[in-house]
Every structure is written in structure tokens, then in C-alpha cells.
Design a protein around this ligand. Structure first.
Ligand code: WT7
Length: 632
């Protein structure tokens, strides 16, 4: 086993091999899977055309690799542990055999409803086992899943359904969120008024709330599942056949449907899961993300399951019924690897330590972090109170677009530095660029983070819009993939991600495009124009600050603020609601009409003295007004 990494020297040797001879390296990794036919060529690529293909000619089905191949030895091992919203309800343990049967049934159910290979299926579900069956059931028959996070509004759901051309939606009647319930079926009904292409909806009765069902369109998941057998042959897929579409926010308006394909994604999520966490047989692993995000796709389902791990799916939230919820579940399921987001850590940090001390966390061996740069304070708290100074913190930098971890420490191998994602994983070739487009070689540099060689799980395109894919990711630095992030490389070669350098803000770990929020605000009939920026927030990491111009200065400002928040919540979802709204009579624009966001960012950050050069502004006086009215 040439790839085993036990020490930093091993890492360096494997890394060197992986970049000197990527084809040999990745062929070696790919050997370990079940192929219906081996690949002809490991990688073919041309970044000038934003193209990359992996394992071409290979034939496989990812569910055989995530499920069937484990059955000989692990049929009765738990594949998924489902921890329900309410801690007094019973957790469910789903074995690999049961997972196999449910996934096959979903495959058969979809076929019975006319779904064929290549069709897109929208999944709008909370964190229930059925969501996992739905995702893998699509993959079983070669249908392309498009999961939409169940916190998105009807409008966002409808946009995503229409963009990917889904004809069927899988959902539940509703979701629990702490002590609240959300009627998902009603949201789907509303979305479908604008999505006439959807002809079938299959609804799982999670809340047993008996929602209105439209005759001929809506079907009961439980009834349909009871009609089909638990055997479904895995469709033979080409290595480059689409596995899924997942939307992520863009700097301009519309969300981007990132396309991931089969073989490269499988090989990479498996390899990075095992490598970064140094996963060992028998460990219980818990990633607290939602399956509606890429973290849920890659590191609740595909990575861990393809590795034969036991993966925890948690329906609830960390604060309900109290702040001990995560720790209670870690004790209950003897979790060994725990992977969460800095925003969760920061909110948990606010609660008294007694919520932690009540529980036995001694099963923990490895901790992980993802979603945004983790600040040192949160890192230290996580290390001391959760890891008890005894668990490495694996700060994984990656993106929806990258499919899997890119820059990350390796558990018990990499010497850690708080707040540093540290080193590129094998096969990953980062390059830090300056604004002139030159690569900054050597250490002690800071600039924009790009990747100069393909990796197997990279997104292949934006669904239906390859030109946008090329423009967004491959044109800023020709020949390189541009991440949209800034990064430093310190004197020892460690990478530290400094945050987005584009118009995307990360609020509680969720990517939001400022343009998308502005468009939603502008829908309000009193609003002429708006500009949104992020500002630092103790718990959320970043929060949303909106500068809004109305037809006339509002008399009842708070009422209008509430209406605007409601508007954004309805159009995008509650996660995008502005935290602060300042009404202004104008925005700082240059003579060419471009908003100087730099100034707005400073005001939002509470900085009023040093705003830099404002001489190119059309009306420099507006800056004084904005400063004076800044919301603290
Ligand atoms: C953006 C991608 C990757 C899964 C979850 C988010 C930021 C993510 C880190 C990290 C610093 C991070 C970046 C990236 N980000 N992880 N460990 N350290 N920043 O996926 O929604 O596509 O967001 O999240 O800015 O570009 P995503």
C-alpha cells in the first residue's frame, strides 16, 4: 500500500508522487473500488476550456461501492445512525443490509413513476433517513439528484426545480426544528405553482400531519415503497455520467447548479474522508451538516458509506432542548470522529460549560471543522473543551465546487496550527496569485487562491451554462481554477484561508450572494435600490448589512425593516435575512456607476474614520450621510 500516510515524511513522499505522477497516483487509489469496467484513461483536461474528465471509459455504480460491496462482511453493521430531533424519541440504526433494501426500493419506486437514467429528481427533505434513501435511490438507477436544502423558500425551490428541469419532487409532509415544525409539503405546493414541469410529488409522512394531496400528482412515499421489491439492479453508469446537481450562490444573481459526475467524485470523497480523518474500521463518525449542502452529500453519505463507516445523521439543532444536545448524542452513540462548523462552535461556546461536563466525551478521537475560517478563539475552545487537548482538529478547506476536501491537516500526522487549514491533500496543487495574475512562489506570501491541476471530484460545469462556469472559475487566472478565496502561505508553507475575495458572504456557514439578496430586497415596492455587504459577527462569522434607498425616506422605518426582512425570507429563505438595514438617500458610486463596496464594508464594520480614497465618487457627500446613520 503505497499510499498509507502515518507520518509527515509519508505525507511529503505521497504528495510528491501525487503531483509528479498524478495518473499513477489516482489509478492506485481507484483500484480499490468495484468497477463494472476499468477506465481507459485516468485524466484528460484543458483548463482553458474549463474541462476535466476522470477515469474515462470506466463503468460503475456508486451505490454498489457505497453499499453492495460491504454486504459480504458488514450486512449487519450499522451504516447510518439516525438521531431524531427529540432526544426522548428513539434513535434508529440502519444496517448496510437495510440501507441496501431501502435504496433499492426507492430506485424501483422512481422507475415505477417513470424516472429514467439521466432524469433529474428534486429532493426537498429534512434530515431523515428517507433523504439518504432518496439520494442513493436516484444514484441506483442513474437518475441525477438535485437536493434543495429544506430551509429554502418556495421561490428558491421553484427556481432550482426549473433550472434543472426536474419532473418529480421527493419530500416529506414536514420537518421538526427544535420545538417548531415546518410544513414542507405546503412550500412544495407553492413552489409548484411556478414549476409546471413537475408531474409527480412523493411525500413521506414524517410528521404524520396528513397534508392536502393533489390527486394524480401527489403520492404517499410509504404506500409507494410498500409496492416495490427490495432488489434493484444497479444501473451501469459511465465514469463521467452526472451523479448530482447542487446549487450554490453566485456573485451575480442566479444560483449556480454545480454538476458532479460519478467516478471521480466517488474516488475522491472516499480517499479524502479516509485520509484527512484517518478513519479506521469500526469508528463512529458524525458530521453535523445538512444533506442539503455539499458537506452532507460528500461527508455524511458518499465518503463515509463508500468507506464502510457508521455515519450519524442528526435531525435536530444544537440548542434544543438545551445546549447539551451535541454532547449528549456523542455520549449516546460513542462518536469517535465529530465534524462541525465554526458557527456552531461559537454559539456552543456561549453556553455554560456545565452543558458539556454532564456528558462523557471520552469516545472522541478526531474533531473536524468546515464552512468558513475558524478563528483562533473558537479553535482553542473546541480543542480544550471538546477535544480535551487530546483530539486533532481537522480544519478542512473546500467548496461545493471542489466536491471534497482540498486543503486539510491529516489527523495525527500534520502538526497543527490553530486557524490554519495547513497543507494540500495529495493530488491538490494550489497556487497563490497576485492581482497582476502572477503566481507567488515560495513561502510568506498572500494572495488569491487558485488550483492549477484538476482533481477527481471537481465540478465539471454549471448545469446548462458552461460559459458561466468558464467565466466564473477559469477566466480570472487563465489556465487555473479560481476559488474566490484569499489565502496566505506562511513561513513553514502552511495555508491559512483568509476568506472570500468576491461578493459572496458566509453567514453561519451558508454561502450567500450579495446580488441575490439585493434582488430580493429590491422586490419590495418601496425600494429603489440596495447594496448588501457582510460584516463580522461574533457567532455567525459574517452577518448581512443592507443599505437601502427608498422612493421616500420611510416614516415607519422599523415596520419597513420588518417587511424587507420578510421579503428576503420569502424569496430566498430565512438564512438570508439582513441583520441590519440602513435607509440611505444614495449609495457611494463612482462616475461609471459602480458601487464602492469597500466603503460600505468599512461602515458596516463600524469603521468611520479611515475610509480610504473617496475622490473618484460621483457624490462624496453621501459618505458623510451614510457614516452618520450607520447602525451599531
Ligand atoms: C466556501 C465554500 C465546503 C463545504 C461547506 C461550504 C469557505 C469552507 C473553509 C475552511 C476557511 C472555508 C470558503 C469557501 N470555507 N471551508 N475550512 N476554512 N474557509 O461549502 O458553501 O461551497 O462554501 O466556504 O470561503 O470558498 P460552500
Amino acid at each position: 500500500m503505497a499510499h498509507v500516510i502515518k507520518t509527515q515524511e509519508d505525507y511529503l513522499a505521497v504528495y510528491k508522487q501525487s503531483i509528479e505522477n498524478p495518473e499513477t497516483f489516482w489509478a492506485g487509489v481507484a483500484e480499490g473500488f468495484t468497477w463494472k469496467k476499468k477506465w481507459d484513461k485516468v485524466v484528460e483536461w484543458n483548463f482553458n476550456e474549463a474541462e476535466a474528465k476522470w477515469f474515462t471509459g470506466g463503468k460503475l455504480n456508486i451505490t454498489e461501492n457505497c453499499i453492495d460491496r460491504h454486504l459480504a462482511t458488514k450486512a449487519n453493521q450499522t451504516a447510518l445512525i439516525w438521531e431524531p430531533n427529540k432526544p426522548t424519541d428513539e434513535a434508529r440504526k440502519i444496517t448496510y443490509q437495510q440501507l441496501h433494501d431501502e435504496v433499492c426500493k426507492v430506485g424501483n419506486m422512481l422507475k415505477a413513476h417513470g424516472v429514467k437514467k439521466g432524469d433529474r429528481v428534486c429532493i426537498y427533505m429534512p434530515m431523515v433517513p428517507e433523504a439518504a434513501y432518496a439520494i442513493l435511490g436516484c444514484a441506483r438507477i442513474g437518475a441525477v439528484h438535485s437536493v434543495v436544502f429544506a430551509g429554502f423558500s418556495a421561490g428558491s425551490l421553484s427556481d432550482r426545480i426549473n433550472d434543472s428541469g426536474c419532473k418529480i419532487v421527493l419530500t416529506t409532509d414536514g420537518a421538526y426544528r427544535g420545538d417548531k415544525t415546518i410544513n414542507l409539503k405546503a412550500i412544495v405546493d407553492e413552489a409548484l405553482q411556478r414549476s409546471p414541469g413537475v408531474v409527480k410529488v412523493i411525500v413521506s409522512a414524517h410528521l404524520q400531519s396528513k397534508p392536502a394531496m393533489q390527486q394524480g400528482r401527489d403520492f404517499s412515499w410509504e404506500e409507494e415503497m410498500s409496492k416495490v421489491p427490495a432488489q434493484c439492479e444497479a444501473e451501469e453508469m459511465d465514469a463521467e455520467d452526472l451523479l448530482f446537481i447542487l446549487y450554490t450562490s453566485g456573485s451575480t444573481g442566479k444560483p449556480k447548479g454545480m454538476v458532479h459526475t460519478t467516478a471521480g467524485y466517488m474516488v475522491y470523497t472516499n480517499y479524502t474522508f479516509k485520509t484527512a480523518f484517518q478513519y479506521r474500521e469500526g469508528q463512529v463518525y458524525w458530521c453535523t451538516a445538512d444533506v442539503g449542502w455539499v458537506t452532507g452529500h460528500s461527508y455524511i453519505l458518499y465518503g463515509p458509506l463508500s468507506a464502510g463507516a457508521t455515519s450519524v445523521m442528526f435531525e435536530g439543532i444544537p440548542s434544543w432542548p438545551d445546549w447539551g444536545r451535541f454532547w449528549q448524542a456523542i455520549e449516546r452513540h460513542k462518536v469517535n470522529i465529530f465534524y462541525t462548523a465554526p458557527t456552531a462552535i461559537r454559539s456552543l461556546q456561549q453556553a455554560p460549560l456545565s452543558f458539556i461536563e454532564k456528558y462523557d466525551l471520552s469516545s472522541l478521537q478526531v474533531l473536524g471543522s468546515v464552512g468558513e475560517p475558524i478563528n483562533e478563539e473558537a479553535w482553542n475552545w473546541y480543542n480544550e473543551h471538546i477535544g480535551r487537548n487530546n483530539c486533532p482538529i481537522i480544519d478542512t478547506w473546500w467548496q461545493t465546487e471542489t466536491g471534497g476536501f482540498m486543503i486539510s491537516p491529516i489527523a495525527n500526522v500534520t502538526k497543527l496550527k490553530p486557524a490554519f487549514a495547513s497543507f494540500p491533500l495529495p493530488g491538490v496543487q494550489p497556487a497563490i496569485m497576485n492581482e497582476a495574475g502572477e503566481e507567488l512562489t515560495g513561502n510568506n506570501v498572500e494572495g488569491r487562491l487558485t488550483i492549477k491541476f484538476p482533481w477527481p471530484a471537481m465540478a465539471r460545469t454549471i448545469y446548462g451554462d458552461h460559459q458561466r462556469f468558464k467565466d466564473t472559475y477559469f477566466s480570472t487566472f487563465p489556465g487555473k481554477y479560481f476559488t474566490g478565496d484569499g489565502s496566505k502561505r506562511d513561513d513553514e508553507g502552511y495555508y491559512r484561508i483568509t476568506g472570500r475575495v468576491d461578493d459572496i458572504i458566509i453567514v453561519s456557514g451558508h454561502n450567500l450572494g450579495t446580488a441575490e439578496i439585493e434582488n430580493a430586497i429590491n422586490e419590495h415596492s418601496s425600494v429603489v435600490e440596495s447594496a448588501v455587504v457582510g460584516y463580522p459577527h461574533d457567532i455567525k462569522g459574517q452577518a448581512v448589512y443592507a443599505f437601502v434607498i427608498c422612493y421616500e425616506m420611510p416614516k415607519e422605518a422599523d415596520k419597513l425593516r420588518a417587511e424587507i426582512k420578510e421579503m428576503v425570507s420569502k424569496i430566498i429563505g430565512p438564512i438570508a435575512k439582513p441583520d441590519k438595514i440602513q435607509f440611505v438617500s444614495g449609495l457611494p458610486k463612482t462616475r461609471s456607476g459602480k458601487i464602492m463596496r469597500r466603503i460600505l464594508r468599512k461602515v458596516a464594520e463600524g469603521e468611520t474614520s479611515n475610509l480610504g480614497d473617496t475622490t473618484t465618487l460621483l457624490d462624496p457627500n453621501i459618505v458623510e450621510e451614510i457614516k452618520a446613520g450607520a447602525i451599531k
